[in-house]
Design a protein around this ligand. Structure first.
Ligand code: TYD
Length: 190
């Protein structure tokens, strides 16, 4: 089973991923959790760029694709083939949203990714109003870096929501709190 959590910054993806992994483990399943950008060479460069001056749009897109290829080859495919549950905090839908917000065509980004990256069984889009999301990011003490500019996030949210009618996609309202969100995710999976 391959599960992906997406959403703009501040929607609680990493917490939900952790809680979901605990749930599967308590039910005896072997779980692998991971995130993108990864902690590999390309992902590390991307994380650094968020703080130290952003890469050009072309370069950024290229790095995300390289990071993902490596992630798919080294972790995602082998784990799925071994029968493990794979839970990702961000995947190529983030590229559609964030690099889409930077001017690329989200549909083309999707095609490029699906040429090598497996489509998840379930995509949970954690949804929240941009102002509320920004407030949460501030409350967490994160600096509002380049990636987190309001207009861009608004565009990202819109692009994520264009996926809402696909059969494997679930949009979850995250304004209600952690436990409620986790319960809704588990409910859909059960
Ligand atoms: P994020 O999950 O927010 O990392 P952290 O919790 O360490 O801040 O990811 C970092 C940023 O990367 C986030 O703002 C979204 C962006 N991003 C893209 O622009 N394209 C992508 O394909 C991915 C996976 C992430």
């Amino acid at each position: 089973m391959f599960i992906v959590l997406e959403g703009i910054d501040g929607t609680g993806k990493s917490t939900q991923a952790r809680l979901l992994a605990e749930w599967f483990r308590s039910r005896g399943r072997e779980v692998v959790t991971s995130r993108e950008p990864t902690d590999g060479p390309w992902g590390t460069r991307l994380r650094e760029s968020a703080a130290a001056g952003r890469l050009s749009a072309d370069e950024e897109l290229r790095y995300f694709l390289k990071d993902r290829r490596q992630h798919v080859d080294e972790l995602i495919r082998p784990s799925l083939e071994a029968g493990k549950v794979v839970i990702l905090d961000r995947y190529y839908f983030s590229t559609m949203a964030y690099q889409g917000a930077r001017g690329f065509d989200p549909g083309e980004i999707r095609i490029k990714n699906e040429a090598f990256a497996p489509v998840p069984d379930h995509l949970f889009i954690l949804d929240l109003d941009v102002d509320a999301a920004l407030e949460r990011v501030g409350a967490r003490g994160d600096t509002a870096n380049e990636f987190e500019r309001r207009d861009a996030l608004q565009k990202c949210r819109e692009i994520f929501l264009t996926l809402r009618d696909e059969p494997f996609v679930h949009v979850v309202d995250t304004s209600g709190g952690l436990e409620q969100v986790q319960a809704e995710i588990r409910g859909k999976l059960a």
